[in-house]
Design a protein around this ligand. Structure first.
Ligand code: FAD
Ligand code: SF4
Length: 491
């Protein structure tokens, strides 16, 4: 260990930008063992490991780095998977520069240990050697949990609960499992077979997935509650933020998720009429993406790969104040994306279809209540940025959960997320818990997994409590009955 003095910080080889924009494959090659163990050996084994403190899962990073450096890979995997249900996903897409690696003690001066890449290497090695196994409960408890939402939050909770011996059924309105891992995040960050491999493991462990089932329309929330002893809501946030400027109703102005979902579906081999017609295909177009978060970065880099003539990203603050990961910005710049900092849209121009975005230059004024500089328009700075396709990546708000679930007792925060106790993630409804974006607002995969683990532990405690009661079963338990869902032929 402590090799940071003589070994340079390195990630796995990154494919050349000119090559990688020709396909949607992940941009990093796999670590070779030699490099992974050398990089792991750079760790300084701090007494207080700030990397671990700043990992939402409190992963035992120094120890699994030490085991990797020693070539003890099976033990490294046992440790990495003890705190994380999807280390291969987090290793690929966590914004490590803001989490573990950004807080690595040797980062200043020597360059951080490339923690995410090693975490990914450990898990890929484990998969290659057959060490990753489906959840296998020691015994069946006879109680069941319904999970609504099959994103990373729902998947991680399903695994945790199945390992404890509960019967777990997951309901999702999509036709595939993975939530935003499948239909939001593009392949060049996370290839879909990585997600599908996890899904297969969960199915092999006995978890039942009901796909194409929207709770609130295909079946009622009350039915799910009645069918299970406890319920977890992990439905994410999907209401795209809108922009109220003239011309926003013109053709070829699309929300980011519509654009990304079409591209991801295409990559998965689905027929996507709106893509095939050209409406959601950037090929040959001048594309303008509005926004500065990770979703905007995914849109610009997708447009480049689809063969756009030019791709511009308009953001109203500057580079230092953008919410997206700096690493993603660098990737986008390498791939030919032009960032137009300090520019905000005033209007969309065109006849029936968009032909340009009229933008105004901004300057950063006094910091707002949250400490961020508030952007202010510069008078007389309007200009038109040509566009044949404009993608709105302005963030996501919660849907109307009270209307969706028809359960006013759930309660909403002032941001529209579901009210849940911070410690247990229990909602106000007996036996109902919530995890991930539905509680936090749009966040990160690693936080959804963390919530899922907390909520699963709370559900376990709640159900043990229920079964410990020797009195006759409560009215809620008595009315539990199975749901019969007619299988959709497309599922
Ligand atoms: C484009 C994009 C890029 C991102 N990039 C990153 C990244 O690089 N790194 C990172 O850490 N995070 C990233 N994120 C954020 C991350 O994807 C989310 O924080 C995470 O997926 C949240 O997990 P979740 O399980 O709470 O919700 P989701 O992943 O949204 O899953 C919710 C699931 O619930 C289902 N559902 C919703 N309502 C119902 C209903 N009524 N009935 C049945 N099913 C329902 C949905 O179909 C979905 O499958 C990105 C997000 C987006 C949009
Ligand atoms: S889960 Fe994310 S934050 Fe934690 S060690 Fe892995 S990459 Fe870093």
């Amino acid at each position: 260990m402590l090799r940071f003095l003589d070994v340079e910080s390195m990630r796995p080889d990154k494919r050349d930008s000119g090559v990688r924009v020709a396909d949607f494959r992940e941009i990093y090659d796999d670590f070779r063992h030699q490099r992974a163990s050398e990089q792991a050996a750079r760790c300084s084994q701090c007494g207080v490991p700030f990397c671990q403190v700043h990992c939402p899962l409190q992963n035992n990073i120094p120890d699994w780095l030490m085991l990797t450096a020693a070539g003890r890979m099976e033990e490294a995997y046992a440790l990495a998977s003890a705190t994380n249900n999807m280390p291969e996903v987090c290793g690929r897409i966590c914004p490590q520069d803001r989490l573990c690696e950004g807080n690595c003690v040797i980062e200043k001066g020597f360059g951080a240990v490339t923690i995410g890449s090693v975490e990914n290497y450990i898990t890929e090695t484990a998969f290659a050697n057959g060490w990753v196994r489906p959840p296998a409960p020691p015994f069946e408890r006879g109680q069941s949990v319904g999970v609504i939402g099959a994103g990373p939050g729902g998947m991680a909770a399903a695994e945790e609960l199945r390992r404890k011996g509960y019967r777990v059924e997951v309901y999702d309105r999509y036709d595939r499992t993975g939530g935003l891992l499948i239909y939001g995040i593009p392949n060049f960050k996370l290839e879909k077979d990585v997600v599908e491999r996890r899904t297969r493991l969960l199915e092999d462990g006995g978890i039942v997935f009901h796909r194409n089932v929207e709770v609130g329309s295909d079946i009622a929330f009350a039915e799910v509650r009645a069918a299970h002893d406890a319920v977890l809501i992990a439905t994410g946030v999907y209401a795209a933020r809108e922009i109220a400027v003239p011309g926003v109703g013109l053709g070829n102005i699309v929300p980011a998720m519509t654009y990304l979902t079409a591209s991801n579906r295409k990559g998965l081999g689905d027929a996507v009429p709106a893509f095939e017609s050209g409406a959601l295909d950037a090929a040959g177009k001048r594309v303008v993406v509005i926004g500065g978060g990770d979703t905007a970065m995914d849109c610009v880099r997708t447009a480049v790969r689809q063969g756009a003539v030019s791709v511009k990203c308009l953001y109203r603050r500057d580079r230092e104040n953008m919410p997206g990961s700096m690493r993603e910005v660098r990737h986008a710049e390498e791939e030919g994306v032009e960032f137009v900092w300090l520019a905000a849209p005033e209007a969309f121009v065109g006849d029936s279809e968009v032909r340009g975005v009229r933008a105004v230059r901004m300057r950063l004024g006094a910091p707002d209540a949250a400490g961020r500089s508030a952007p202010e328009p510069v008078e007389g700075s309007s200009h038109v940025v040509d566009a044949d396709l404009a993608v709105l990546a302005l963030g996501f708000d919660p849907e109307d959960f009270l209307a969706m679930f028809g359960e006013p007792e759930l309660g909403l925060t002032r941001w529209g997320t579901i009210v849940a106790d911070f410690q247990s993630l229990a909602t106000r409804c007996e036996g109902v818990f919530a995890a991930g974006d539905v509680v936090r607002g749009a966040s990160l995969v690693v936080w959804a997994i963390r919530d899922a683990r907390v909520a699963s532990a709370s559900i376990h405690a709640y159900l043990q409590d229920q079964s410990a009661q020797t009195a006759p079963p409560s009215p809620r338990r008595r009315k539990a009955r199975p749901i019969v869902i007619e299988e959709n032929e497309d599922a």
